[in-house]
Ligand binder design. Structure first.
Ligand code: NI
Length: 178
């Protein structure tokens, strides 16, 4: 296992459309997924897509930590999950603003409009189908990671640039301190 170097915004790999994985069980894909999980945990982050580690393939990993999940039964904590060749379907036209960061855009956060509820489907390295209908944080993180596979970074989804800032400053003013 290895911690991989993360591409930062400005690197062209983050703007290209990633290619489908032809053999999810191939040894190099298993190694990539294991390394991506280690890199995500080390960062630490809640999601990481293959283009972020300079591999333009349709793979991402994510997790829903206990302190980020909601009350909603569709937004419970989830252990490390891999989705290969995922598809997602937005189940509502309703958009909610969710605060997001990205390991490729370090130090910054923004409120990004996301569908409140989605369905997704993909496979893991053993070809097992993973399909879920989810809401809240879980739905947000999957939309964010899926966007990476299409070369979309969260600032490209923003509708109010005033809700974009350095994590440190946002935290300072959110807490009402000068
Ligand atoms: Ni990201």
């Amino acid at each position: 296992m290895a911690i991989l170097k993360i591409a930062r915004m400005g690197h062209p790999v983050l703007l290209q459309r990633a290619e489908p994985v032809s053999d999810p069980g191939a040894p190099e894909i298993r190694r990539l997924v294991a390394d991506m999980i280690e890199t995500m945990e080390d960062a630490p982050g809640v999601g990481l897509a293959a283009p972020q580690v300079h591999v333009p393939l349709r793979v991402f990993v994510f997790r829903v930590p206990g302190d980020r999940s909601g009350e909603d039964p569709e937004d419970t904590p989830v252990a490390n999950t891999v989705l290969i060749n995922p598809q997602i379907e937005l189940l509502t036209g309703e958009r909610v603003l969710r605060w997001e960061g990205c390991l490729s855009i370090p130090g910054l956060r923004a409120a990004v409009p996301r569908a409140r509820r989605i369905y997704y489907r993909g496979v893991d390295c053993d070809g097992r189908v993973i399909q879920r209908t989810v809401s809240g944080f879980h739905a947000g993180v999957v939309q964010h990671e899926y966007d990476h596979l299409d070369g979309i970074l969260y600032p490209m989804r923003m509708t109010d640039m005033r809700l974009f800032g350095f994590t440190e400053e946002l935290a300072r003013y959110a807490a009402g301190r000068p």
